[in-house]
Design a protein around this ligand. Structure first.
Ligand code: IFM
Length: 755
């Protein structure tokens, strides 16, 4: 077992931390979380958590939403019981061991193996010393399974030792249906979901199994007498099942999953898990030579991105904090489509498909929201949980600690274009005909229909979208947000394109779908008219898009004067003044530049970036990633690198950013985007992939794989040799555009182009 408990030595593959700091530990629990897209465990201490400790690991199960009560209808993820608790005690000690006896604590997140490894020493001079090595993982191969392995070295001779293994929070927020020694079934209070957990735990001393004493549900104790050099090994396998209705027998399923896992054994489980992680790393690893800090930040990001998705469950999506913390109640935002889907689409299409299928399964919720608001088509929830109904709260506490109205649920409409954008780009990158025909097309048509109904025709001959919130949430109830309008126009045009494609390629499907959603040629024609006359806010003389009507007239404030502030700008100036100023919360026109680069021709990208970047206060962790991509594409590499570091610090720095509510998964997606879409300059369109790299000074090489329409391509940008190598490692011949020139690629002939 000891070999399995050894963390990697290579610093590029681990994140580690010594000691215990109660002030920072809740942030570290987020950072050191383990997850497989179904189960998420915060990285709190376990065996080394002694009775007095305040920290508790938390287990999250994807999709286990419940409303807190009829008066509090916003659903939130309900934590499942924590299955890791262990207490060890020794009868001969004068007093039980406590946290103050912990003399050494080391926690290491092993990115490569997807495991959290801890080592601690608990010692009482002249009485006892215990060295504990612990591994904890949630299986990437079989997502229902978690594993805990513990090795004890006990320096004490002839002492009566007792180990107690138990679960915590058995009754926490769930209604117990069945509670046995090794199996529990619970249901949620309101939402009608079911959770089942089953566990098997074994203690071996010098290779011999010690008989456990059952102490009630999920609790056992083991007794033995210590001897120098004794090998004391504990293993616990847990199985977890979520069921969305009473018809699915969660208890029977979980029992069967546990039995399978027991028959495989911890070695087999560990091996299968590591093999699955290996496959993920082969499909997505980004290597950077010359800058170890960036390398580690990227690996940390990739670790959490790979742990956030479950390609096998299209009923769930990824929350703003993934499965690593309670912030935002486990709700799903545009973060997934704009900041995460690029990564999944290009490195893990199966996960991308599941995430987009979630949007298809919640399309009825989006249609209902549109109808309720008086519009047509599908208006996606700004915050989405399991049904697609809007779950954005109507009130909240602002950064100035005052209660405020939250208008995002009714005004932050761009989510409906963001979903369409992700669907289309998935289609472009994968050519997944079945998904487009059977699911994606309907999303595109219904979101296009929403926009065509939401935009109003006015006396100036243009269509306007009034009363919205753009990505910059400091400004509410604004008109003609350039991002929203341009993305709406783009969505309508994709709706028209997919209608034409279906009609031509799959006429039967077109006939059935257009009949089902009652869509005719006259309506399609109206859509085209709306798209052609959409107000964009573009000033053709300067190339600048006005972020929204009237933005240029707002008070101009020099943000440089506020450098070094520790609170967001809306706290510094107050909400009202911020709303009347050209202070942007996060990338807005800059976001548009990244998503629709074709709308920024002839120097417009540079002009808009130069105008908007100094006005952005980066009050959201999403902001740096898109600024970094935009800056890198403009060749402003130092600026881009500044944003890369800023995004990396969000979850990794212990300065002032508290991340106790979970990791910022969109910021982590932004790191991948900056490296691949920014510094490597990877683009995709109908004609295929393109590359136009601009590496930061320290990055001597940047290498990564991507998938393109069933092919695997690996890219190496070598700054020293000034070459771009692109190798088709799997699949049919294709072409790639490097710095504007198209090159054929076959499996036999790797491509090397000088730049
Ligand atoms: O989606 C974001 C939003 O853009 C800014 N506030 C936080 C949300 C969740 O990350």
């Amino acid at each position: 077992m000891l070999q399995a408990l050894e963390p990697a030595r290579d610093p590029a593959w681990i994140l580690d931390q010594h000691g215990f700091d109660p002030l920072r530990d809740s942030s570290r629990e987020s950072r050191f979380a383990i997850s497989n897209g179904f189960l998420g465990m915060r990285g709190g201490r376990t065996i080394d958590r002694l009775p007095q400790s305040l920290v508790a690991p938390r287990t999250y199960v994807a999709g286990l939403f419940d409303a807190l009560g009829p008066d509090l209808p916003i659903p939130a993820l309900v934590p499942a019981p924590d299955w890791l608790k262990l207490d060890v005690s020794f009868s001969a000690l004068k007093a039980p061991l406590t946290v103050s006896d912990v003399s050494f604590h080391h926690r290491a997140l092993d990115f490569r193996r997807g495991a959290l490894l801890t080592e601690s020493r608990i010692a009482r001079p002249r009485e006892i010393a215990v060295r504990l090595r612990v591994l904890r993982l949630v299986s990437l191969q079989c997502r229902a399974i978690g594993l805990q392995l513990v090795h004890f070295d006990i320096e004490a001779d002839g002492m009566e030792a007792m180990l107690v293994a138990s679960f915590e929070g058995l009754e926490f927020g769930l209604v117990t249906q069945r509670l046995e020694q090794d199996l529990g079934v619970w249901r949620t209070n309101v939402s009608g979901k079911w959770l089942a957990m089953a566990v098997a735990a074994t203690l071996r001393v010098d290779g011999l199994v010690v008989a456990p004493k059952p102490l009630g549900p999920f609790k056992w104790s083991w007794n033995w007498v210590t001897k120098p050099g004794q090998a004391v090994c504990f293993e616990r396998i847990v199985a977890v099942t979520r069921a969305d209705s009473a018809e699915e027998d969660a208890g029977a399923t979980v029992r069967q999953r546990l039995e399978t896992a027991i028959s495989v054994g911890w070695r087999g489980l560990l091996e299968a898990h590591e093999t699955s992680w290996d496959a993920r790393w082969r499909a997505c690893d980004v290597t950077i030579a010359g800058d170890p800090a960036s390398q580690r930040a990227l690996r940390f990001a990739l670790y959490h991105l790979n742990g956030a998705a479950d390609p096998g469950d299209p009923r769930v999506s990824i929350a703003a904090r993934a499965l690593t913390g309670a912030d935002y109640n486990g709700h799903v935002f545009w973060d997934t489509e704009i900041f995460l889907l690029p990564f999944y689409t290009l490195t893990w299409p199966e996960a991308a498909r599941a995430l987009l299928t979630y949007r298809f399964r919640t399309l009825d919720g989006a249609r209902a929201k549109a109808t309720r608001m008086g519009w047509r088509g599908a208006m996606y929830a700004w915050e989405s949980a399991d049904t697609g109904a809007e779950t954005c709260p109507e009130h909240g506490i602002g950064s100035d600690r005052r209660v405020l109205n939250i208008l995002c649920g009714t005004q932050e409409l761009h989510i409906s274009a963001d979903v369409a954008y992700a669907v289309w780009h998935y289609w472009l990158a994968t050519g997944d005909v079945v998904f487009l025909r059977d699911a994606g097309a309907e999303i595109l048509l219904e979101t296009a229909r929403f926009w065509a109904s939401r935009a109003q025709s006015e006396a100036d001959g243009l269509h306007h979208i009034r009363g919205v919130i753009g990505p910059d949430e400091y400004h509410e109830t604004i008109d003609d947000n350039a991002f929203t309008n341009m993305m709406a126009r783009w969505t309508i045009r994709r709706g028209l394109e997919v209608a034409a494609l279906l009609r031509l390629q799959w006429p039967e499907r077109w006939a059935a779908l257009s009949a089902a959603i009652v869509l005719d040629d006259a309506e399609l024609q109206r859509w085209a008219g709306v798209a052609d006359t959409m107000a964009t806010g573009l000033d053709p003389r300067t190339g600048l898009y006005e972020q929204f009507a009237g933005f240029f007239d707002l008070e101009s404030i020099d943000l440089a004067q506020y450098a070094g502030r520790s609170v967001p700008m809306d706290v510094v100036l107050g909400r009202e003044r911020t709303q009347k100023a050209q202070i942007i919360k996060q990338a807005d026109v800059v976001a548009l530049m990244v998503l629709l680069p074709e709308a920024f021709a002839d120097g417009a990208a540079a002009a808009n970036f130069s105008y908007y970047e100094p006005r952005c206060s980066h009050g959201s962790s999403l902001s740096a990633g898109l600024h970094g991509v935009a800056a890198a594409r403009l060749g402003r590499v130092d600026t881009a690198m500044r944003f890369f570091r800023q995004a990396a610090a969000t979850d990794l720095a212990d300065t002032h950013a508290a991340i106790d509510g979970g990791v910022h998964i969109a910021a982590l997606g932004g790191l991948w985007m900056m490296a691949v879409l920014g510094f490597a300059g990877l683009t995709m369109d109908e004609s295929g992939l393109g590359l136009d790299p601009q590496l930061p000074d320290d990055w001597t090489t940047l290498a990564f794989p991507v998938q393109w329409r069933g092919r695997a391509v690996s890219v190496v940008v070598d700054a020293a040799q000034r070459t771009i190598q692109a190798t088709l490692t799997d699949g049919e011949p294709m072409a790639i555009t490097i710095r504007g020139e198209r090159h054929p690629m076959t499996k036999q002939t790797p491509l090397s182009v000088r730049f």
